[in-house]
Design a protein around this ligand. Structure first.
Ligand code: NAI
Ligand code: MG
Length: 348
C-alpha cells in the first residue's frame, strides 16, 4: 500500500492540505496517509521545526505532501535562531530527501485569462514546465566569503549534478511536447559551458527524440513574457531557475493555483508554491487549487498514476467554472471549491 506523509504546516497550510488530502483519498483510496509536523507548529510542540518523527516518516514513504510553513512578519518564530525557524524545517526536509529537481508547471486556466498580467491571447498559449536545479550552484557552494571590502560567491556544478537534473527535464518532455530549452549564460560563464555540453551530450546519446535548444537567461526572461507559447520544458541552474520561476509565477494571476514537485532519487516532495498567507489564515478562504494540483503531480511522478493525475486536473478545471475563491475574484470558500472538485471527480 503506497504511503504518503502529509505535512500540513502553518498558516493556511492545514486548510489547503485538508482539501487536497480529500481529493487524494477520493481518486486513490488505497493510499495510506501519515500526518506529521513541520515548521513553526512543529517547533512549538517539539522544540524542532523538523522533528525526528517527521524525518523518520519521510525517509520511509513513497511521497510527501506539504502545505506551507512560516508565520506573519511579527511572529515570535522570526525571533528564533535561524536553525529553529519554520523555513529551516523546510530546508532540512528538502536536504533529507535529496530533492535536486524542482518542477513548476505554469499554465493559465481556461476562464482565468483576464487575471493574468499577460495579454489574453498570450496567456492562453502558456504551457511551460520549469525544471530548476535545487541543490547546487551559488546557494550551496562552499567557496564563498566576505573579505574586507570585497566578497564573492561561486556557482559550481559537476557533470553528474547537471546530468541528473537534465534527465528529469527530458523525461518530463517525453510526456509533453518533447521540447527542452536549456537556459544558461554560456557567453560569459564557464559553468554554463559545462552545463551546455552535458545537456547536449545527454540529448544526443539518450534522448534523440527530444528537440533541444540552448538559450541565454536574459533572453529567456524577455521571451517568457513576450512570446511565452514558445516554451515547453525549461531546464536551468538554481539561481537562474529561482528568478525565472518567480517571473513565471505571476503569469497565472494568483499564487494560489500553482503546484510544484521536487524530485530526487527517493520520495518526491509536493507543495503549492505559495506561502502560509498569514493575512487570510483561519478564514477558510484560501485557494486549495495549488495543493490539489500538487496531488496530481504526486500521483504522476511518485506513484506512476498518470490517469488519476489527469482526472484531478480536469476536475479542478471544471470546479473553477463553478466556484472561485477571493484571490480569483470570487466569493467561494476553500471548502466549497474542494467540494466542487470532489463533485466533478464523482461525475468523471
Ligand atoms: P504568501 O505566498 O504567503 O502570500 C502572498 C499573498 O498571496 C498574500 O496576500 C496571500 O494572502 C496570498 N495567497 C497566497 N496563497 C494563497 C492561496 N492559496 N489562496 C489565496 N491567497 C493566497 O507569501 P508571504 O506573505 O510573502 O509569506 C508569508 C509566510 O509564508 C512567511 O512566513 C514566509 O516565510 C512563508 N513562505 C513559505 C513558503 C513555503 O512554505 N514553501 C513559501 C513562501 C513563503
Ligand atoms: Mg524564489
Amino acid at each position: 500500500m503506497p504511503r504518503v506523509v502529509v505535512l500540513p504546516g502553518d498558516g493556511i497550510g492545514p486548510e489547503v492540505c485538508a482539501s487536497a488530502a480529500e481529493v487524494l483519498q477520493k481518486v486513490a483510496p488505497d493510499v495510506e496517509l501519515d500526518y506529521q509536523l513541520l515548521g513553526g507548529g512543529a517547533y512549538d510542540q517539539t522544540g524542532s521545526p523538523f522533528p525526528d518523527a517527521t524525518r523518520e516518516a519521510v525517509m520511509n514513504c513513497d511521497a510527501v505532501l506539504l502545505g506551507t510553513v512560516g508565520g506573519a512578519q511579527n511572529s515570535p518564530w522570526n525571533a528564533l535562531p535561524r536553525p529553529l525557524r519554520p523555513e529551516s524545517g523546510l530546508l532540512q526536509l528538502r536536504k533529507a530527501l535529496g530533492v535536486y529537481a524542482n518542477l513548476r508547471p505554469v499554465k493559465v486556466m481556461p476562464g482565468l485569462e483576464s487575471l493574468s498580467p499577460l495579454r489574453e491571447d498570450l496567456a492562453r498559449q502558456v504551457d511551460v514546465l520549469i525544471v530548476r536545479e535545487l541543490l547546487g550552484g551559488a546557494y550551496f557552494d562552499p567557496r564563498r566569503a566576505i573579505e574586507g571590502d570585497s566578497a564573492y560567491n561561486t556557482i559550481g556544478y559537476s557533470k553528474s549534478e547537471v546530468d541528473r537534473v537534465a534527465r528529469v527535464a527530458f523525461d518530463a518532455a517525453r510526456t509533453r511536447k518533447k521540447e527542452v530549452t536549456s537556459v544558461d549564460k554560456a557567453n560569459v560563464l564557464e559553468v554554463s559551458e559545462l552545463w551546455r555540453g552535458v545537456v547536449q551530450n545527454l540529448r544526443d546519446t539518450e534522448y534523440p527524440d527530444i528537440k533541444l535548444e540552448h538559450e541565454y537567461v536574459d533572453s529567456v526572461a524577455m521571451l517568457l513574457v513576450k512570446t511565452p507559447g514558445r516554451y515547453d520544458v525549461i531546464v536551468t541552474e538554481n539561481l537562474f531557475g529561482d528568478i525565472l520561476s518567480d517571473l513565471a509565477a505571476v503569469i497565472p494571476g494568483s499564487l494560489g493555483v500553482m503546484p510544484s514537485a521536487s524530485l530526487g532519487d527517493g520520495p518526491g516532495l509536493y507543495e503549492p508554491i505559495h506561502g502560509s498567507a498569514p493575512d487570510i489564515a483561519g478564514k477558510g478562504i484560501a485557494n486549495p487549487t495549488g495543493t490539489i494540483l500538487s496531488v496530481a503531480m504526486l500521483l504522476r511522478h511518485s506513484l506512476n498514476r498518470d490517469a488519476e493525475a489527469r482526472r484531478i486536473e480536469a476536475a479542478v478545471q471544471a470546479a473553477l467554472e463553478e466556484v472561485r475563491t477571493p484571490d480569483l475574484g470570487g466569493k467561494g470558500t476553500t471548502q466549497e471549491l474542494g467540494a466542487a472538485v470532489l463533485k466533478a471527480l464523482g461525475r468523471a
